[in-house]
Design a binder for this molecule. Structure first.
Ligand code: WQD
Length: 340
């Protein structure tokens, strides 16, 4: 079985991608420093796949740690780099921490990959790199504009670093996946999103409100130029997102050149409003959500959803799961969390 190293493997997307890789016949090697994840996630993955994981605890900024992982688990066929800080607000308050960690860990990883002759990299990027799009759906050739958060800036810079390494002719075959809004959880209820502290993102805030952990959910803004006045996003089930990484490695195996750099939007290609998410959550789970409408959240984009033709055509991938399914899976996971 081909071994794929997953940095940030105990994270929300990393853990679900580990499941998809195993189910597709790969052997993931997970790396995480638990700075924004929990050890319990590893047990959850093992329960889902029914086998022990290969896991190494450490920091991707630590070159000697990474070199050791590559040596001990050789041969590594490729790497998926998820490990990064991702709080939009925190990135604005602590820019140096974000630049150091998010860009430093990529530079260290690229150096060790080059040292070990590892050719394939899938990089976890984000639709946030587009900034405020002039129109939707967004295609990969849209200009990358000024983004309000340092988090978004680090993703833009990391993309540029990978682009420039490939352009310099170094032996690297890279795919950069621009995630839109990942939501949901594995249907088993054994793994899911595990925000530490007060959630920034929409769906975990909704599920924690429904679970009584949060008193009420505030819908940020109902005066946007959208059909129901609330923001529009492309909410994609985390398992569909996980499957894109498997398809990405399949594609990289077909690339003959010694270096390439491809970018793909990863979304459903459909926009849903925040109000629609609330209504769908209530209908799908048979409950009423305690929510109020509040002012807009600074920095929010009015509408952002993907054109996914490129991933369909080249990766032979498209999202299969519905918004309702994702919201049922998210709620099942939240209820299981309460039982722990
Ligand atoms: C979605 C919508 C909010 C919470 C961010 C990052 C992006 C990616 C995904 C990492 C917005 C509204 C939210 C709440 C609300 N992260 N909302 N009440 O801002 O689209 O993207 O997370 O890669 O990089 O920028 O996602 O879930 O925070 O917000 O009304 O309590 O839900 O205003 O319209 P966002 P989000």
């Amino acid at each position: 079985m081909k071994k794929i190293l997953i940095t940030g493997g105990a994270g929300f997307i990393g853990s679900h991608t580990a499941v998809s890789l195993i189910e597709s016949g790969y052997a993931p090697v997970l790396v995480d420093n638990f700075s924004n994840s929990d050890q319990s996630v590893l047990k959850g993955i093992e329960k889902v796949v029914g086998r022990k994981l290969i896991f190494c605890q450490g920091d991707c900024n630590d070159a000697s740690f990474l070199k050791n992982v590559f040596k001990r688990h050789a041969p590594i066929a490729g790497v998926i780099h998820f490990a990064a800080y991702k709080s939009v607000n925190e990135s604005i308050e602590q820019p140096a921490k974000y630049y150091q960690n998010n860009i430093g860990s990529l530079l260290t990883l690229l150096d060790v990959m080059s040292d070990r002759g590892i050719p394939h990299l899938v990089f976890s990027s984000s639709a946030t790199v587009y900034g405020f799009p002039e129109r939707n759906p967004i295609t990969e050739d849209f200009p990358l504009k000024e983004v309000p958060s340092v988090y978004g800036k680090t993703k833009q810079i990391c993309e540029q670093v990978i682009n420039d390494v490939v352009r310099a002719g170094k032996p690297l075959k890279a795919i950069m996946l621009r995630y839109f809004n990942p939501i949901g959880a594995h249907p088993s209820g054994l793994i899911g999103e595990l925000p530490i502290g007060i959630p920034n993102n929409l769906v975990p805030y909704i599920t924690q409100t429904a679970a009584g952990i949060r008193e009420k959910f505030t819908l940020f803004g109902s005066d946007y130029q959208t059909p129901d006045g609330s923001c529009i996003r492309d909410f994609i089930h985390v398992l569909d997102l996980a499957d894109t990484h498997v398809k990405a490695f399949g594609y990289l195996d077909t690339v003959q050149d010694k270096s390439c750099c491809e970018v793909f939007n990863v979304g459903t290609g459909r926009g849903h409003s925040v109000k629609e998410v609330v209504q769908t959550f209530e209908q799908a789970n048979g409950l009423k959500l305690n929510y109020v409408v509040g002012p807009r959240r600074p920095g929010d984009v009015e509408a952002c959803y993907a054109n996914v033709d490129r991933a369909k055509r080249i990766l032979k991938w498209e999202a299969k799961r519905s918004l309702s399914e994702a919201l049922q899976d998210a709620w099942r996971w939240q209820k299981n969390l309460q039982k722990k």
